[in-house]
Each structure stands twice: as structure tokens, then as C-alpha cells.
Design a protein around this ligand. Structure first.
Ligand SMILES: C[S@@+](CC[C@H](N)C(=O)[O-])C[C@H]1O[C@@H](n2cnc3c(N)ncnc32)[C@H](O)[C@@H]1O
Length: 125
């Protein structure tokens, strides 16, 4: 999955709702055997790193100034104490004013110092 994500290739149908201007600016349209697919252009791919992290580890190699972390449907595996520990740790990787999005059916059910809820399952540092 990480290798596939790194390729940055999608069926063109998945990009239907992306504006023409954004597609032109940031995406490459497949030709020949890649017909019907789109690929993120070099400018976008250069901003992205894919890697495996264990969220319950004491540390992981992720920058500390992220604008946004999407952590969907992962906290469901953890008990309340572990959830809080994982979110507190994630928070260390979000820059001031940055956001943490959880899955639609997930909620923290606890307060985490430095994090406030701005919408259902959306938190801001
Ligand atoms: C239900 S899937 C959700 C996948 C994706 N986030 C989504 O919403 O489609 C749960 C994911 O949590 C990951 N996961 C479980 N425990 C983890 C841990 N300790 N650290 C990192 N990922 C974990 C699993 O490998 C799995 O990919």
C-alpha cells in the first residue's frame, strides 16, 4: 500500500470533482497503457513522504510542524488510556493552529491538553 501511495496514481474518475485548473496545475493525465488514470505531478509528490509508523511507539520519525493529521478509524483499536497517549503524541507533530481529523464515528471522549474540538471529530492545536 505504501508503494502504491508513493506512485500517486488514481483512476481518473476519482479526480472528477477536482477543478480543471487544479488538475492542469498539479496532475498528469495518463496516456497509452495509463489511459484513464491520473498521477500526482512532481510538485505534489515532492511534498509527500510515505512510511510506516507505530502510533503507540514512544517516538516516530515524522516532522513536528504538520498543518493537518488525518487519523481515521485507527483509535478504535485502542483503550481510552492508549487513545489519549496516542493523541497526545500526535499532537507533538502538529504545528500551532494545525488540525487533527479523526474518523466520523470516532471521538476522543476525553480532553487532551492543548487540543480543542472545533467540529465533530475535528480538533485544533
Ligand atoms: C480500519 S483501518 C483504517 C485505515 C484508514 N485510516 C482508513 O480510514 O481507511 C485501521 C488501520 O489502523 C492501523 N493500525 C492499527 N494499530 C496501529 C498502530 N499501533 N500504529 C499505526 N497504525 C495502526 C492498521 O494497520 C489499519 O491500517
Amino acid at each position: 500500500m505504501l508503494a502504491r501511495a508513493d506512485e500517486g496514481v488514481w483512476p481518473a474518475l476519482r479526480a472528477e470533482k477536482v477543478s480543471k485548473e487544479r488538475l492542469r496545475r498539479y496532475m498528469l493525465r495518463g496516456v497509452g497503457p495509463q489511459q484513464g488514470k491520473v498521477r500526482a505531478g512532481g510538485e505534489v509528490r515532492s511534498l509527500l513522504r510515505f512510511g510506516r509508523v507505530n502510533l503507540v511507539a514512544d517516538d516516530y520519525p515524522v516532522p513536528h510542524d504538520l498543518d493537518l493529521i488525518l487519523c481515521r478509524n485507527v483509535l478504535i483499536y485502542f483503550d481510552q488510556a492508549t487513545k489519549k497517549k496516542v493523541v497526545t503524541k500526535l499532537l507533538q507533530h502538529v504545528g500551532k493552529g494545525g488540525y487533527l481529523f479523526l474518523g466520523h464515528s470516532e471521538s476522543l471522549n476525553t480532553t487532551v491538553p492543548g487540543l480543542h474540538c472545533v467540529a465533530p471529530t475535528v480538533y485544533q492545536k
